[in-house]
Design a binder for this molecule. Structure first.
Ligand code: C2O
Ligand code: CU
Length: 574
């Protein structure tokens, strides 16, 4: 059990640390946000399995590329298999696609639709402990239910991986099941989307077991930039895990929880990249493009490079490290590159980053994480080791790749054209005795309650997420890409007493990599509203009669929250 004193210490440490800059809020704002929010939640499940693995002994594995051509139907089979995730660990039983976790990277072109036939060949019994008291995960249902969502894609509802569109390996199906292959129009700018499981009530378990992968869209704008490509473009899928000594995945059960098994957030004590525990990558002294995805259940990563020796030990005398040049984010390329010393990536966010190793031949750099878990309250294990870059390969050819100063055009959505602004509350219900979270809610409603968000097709709306809790929640809206407008402090106590939104500060500009940018997942800070503007366009060519409803979802991407009511259906109305 995490004591209050520890929490206070953590909190102080955090406020004093330089992290606030990365988080986009000044230390003052942050302190005020903390003062306003309720008691930090208790976190009884601080778990370490006791398994200690030496970092940087295994090479970074690369998921295979699956190039899809026009009109092709790809077969993606969910299966159970075993894989060695570390030199000193026996093979781990995983779930993945076509024998890989992360699954193959699907590569597509803008404007070239493809289909994917997702099929379930998993065993009947789940790898991990299911909590049958969680809505949608009742004991009467088959244990192993899957449905794949293509995160960030504009698709029609039957192809969107609706949480109740699940299916089992044995022909059982959920009420929204679509027997046809999923159709992806790819009618959006070049970016890194990702596919992952979305089955109601067990999304956290299916993803932790390995059901996720990258999905790239390419276009002419990207082609013309001359970015590092081919073997110099590398996916980095981050995920934290706990292992038992026999190599199997550990997902802890609650100790004195509010549900018999469900925990508030999962945090592992080992960081995996592309599935492997803290791997290394040998690179040439040239530019590389890294496609970063945070596929973790709940962990935020605050990433930074440090110069290190060949074993990954950080050097005492700090030396220069390569700059992280961010060129894209969730929804596509940025208008111009941003030079970063560190980057903060929440679950489900993607960062497209160029690193130039040209001046660093012979040197090594560790990529480390120092984000507290949960973010930002802390208290749980946060292993710093993520991966090691060794600039030890000879230059194979002259580096002609570029990261130009102008990337992709950006047209801001005009707030004056918004048809309406919705204030959407993010809240938690806690057990009185110890503050253990019972459920998290969006708009104070549960999953099965009637629709409350019903934007008109083609209309522009501002959604103002008001976070009354003590944690940062990464909020994701299906169908749309949005632009972040600003953040602004509000009075949490006034809300708790009156249910009203009382803004207390001026709007604060967001991070340089949050605007101008197209995003689909946004960090919402405690005690702040976070405003996004979005246009609810249905996929091009959608045949709809006036009044037709198209159902999607929006939710928190901390998967333990999403599974326990922090997800709501919404309708786009034609
Ligand atoms: Cu990444 Cu609704 O999901
Ligand atoms: Cu959340």
């Amino acid at each position: 059990m995490l004591r209050r004193a520890d929490q206070d210490l953590n909190r102080r440490r955090f406020i004093q640390s330089g992290l606030s800059a990365a988080a986009g809020l000044t230390a003052n704002c942050r302190a005020r946000a903390f003062a306003q929010t309720a008691t930090p939640m208790a976190s009884p499940e601080i778990v370490s399995s006791g398994v200690k693995l030496v970092p940087y002994v295994d090479p970074l594995p690369l998921p295979p590329m699956l190039r899809a051509s026009a009109g092709q139907t790809l077969d993606m089979q969910m299966r159970q298999f075993r894989r060695k995730l570390h030199r000193d660990l026996p093979p781990t039983t995983l779930w993945g696609y076509n024998g890989f976790s992360p699954g193959p990277t699907i590569e597509t072109r803008r404007g070239v639709p493809i289909e994917v036939r997702w099929s379930n060949h998993l065993p009947a019994k789940h790898l991990l402990p299911i909590d049958f008291t969680i809505h949608g995960a009742e004991a009467s249902l088959p244990q192993v239910r899957t449905v794949t969502h293509l995160h960030g894609a504009a698709v029609l509802p039957p192809d969107d991986g609706y949480p109740e569109a699940w299916f089992s390996a044995h022909g059982e199906t959920g009420p929204a099941f679509n027997p046809k292959p999923s159709r992806y129009p790819n009618d959006q700018p070049a970016t890194a989307l990702w596919y992952h499981d979305h089955a109601l009530g067990i999304t956290r378990l299916n993803n932790y077991a390995g059901l996720s992968g990258l999905y790239l869209i390419r276009d002419e704008i990207e082609d013309a930039l001359g970015l590092p490509a081919g073997e110099f473009e590398i996916p980095l899928v981050l995920q934290d895990r706990l292992f038992k000594a026999d190599g199997s995945l550990l997902y802890p059960k609650a100790v004195n929880g509010t549900h018999p098994i469900w925990i508030q957030e999962f945090f592992g004590d080992h960081n995996c990249v592309n599935g492997q525990v803290a791997p290394f990558l040998e690179v040439e002294p040239r530019k590389y493009r890294f496609r970063l995805l945070n596929a973790a259940n709940a962990r935020f990563y605050h990433l930074r490079l440090y110069s290190a020796d060949a074993a990954g030990k950080v050097l005492d005398s700090p030396a220069d490290v390569p700059v992280l040049v961010q060129i894209g984010t969730d929804g596509g390329l940025l208008p111009a590159p941003i030079h970063l010393g560190s980057l903060l990536i929440s679950p489900a966010e993607r960062f497209d980053v160029v690193i130039d190793f040209a001046d660093f031949a012979g040197q090594c750099f560790v990529l480390t994480n120092d984000a507290p878990a949960p973010y930002t309250m802390g208290g749980q294990a946060a292993a710093p080791e993520v991966m090691l870059f060794k600039v030890t390969k000879p230059l194979s050819s002259k580096d002609a790749s570029r990261a130009p100063d102008e990337l992709a055009p950006f047209i801001p959505l005009n707030p004056a054209h918004a048809e309406r602004e919705r204030v959407l509350w993010l809240s938690e219900q806690e057990r009185k005795s110890d503050g253990y979270v019972i459920i998290s809610l969006l708009g104070n409603a549960r999953w099965h309650e009637p629709i409350t968000e019903d934007p008109r097709a083609g209309s522009t709306e501002i959604w103002t997420f008001a976070n009354t809790t003590g944690d940062v929640h990464p909020i994701h809206v299906h169908l749309v890409r949005f632009q972040v407008l600003n953040r602004q402090a509000f009075d949490v106590q006034a809300y708790q007493q009156t249910g009203k939104l009382v803004l207390t500060g001026y709007p604060i500009p967001v991070e340089r990599n949050e605007r101008p940018a197209w995003k689909d997942t946004i960090k919402t800070y405690p005690g702040y509203v976070t405003r996004v503007i979005q246009r609810f366009d249905l996929p091009t060519g959608t045949a709809a009669a006036t009044g037709d409803r198209f159902r999607y979802v929006w939710h928190c991407h901390v998967l333990e929250h999403e599974d326990n009511e922090m997800m709501r259906p919404y309708d786009v109305i034609a």
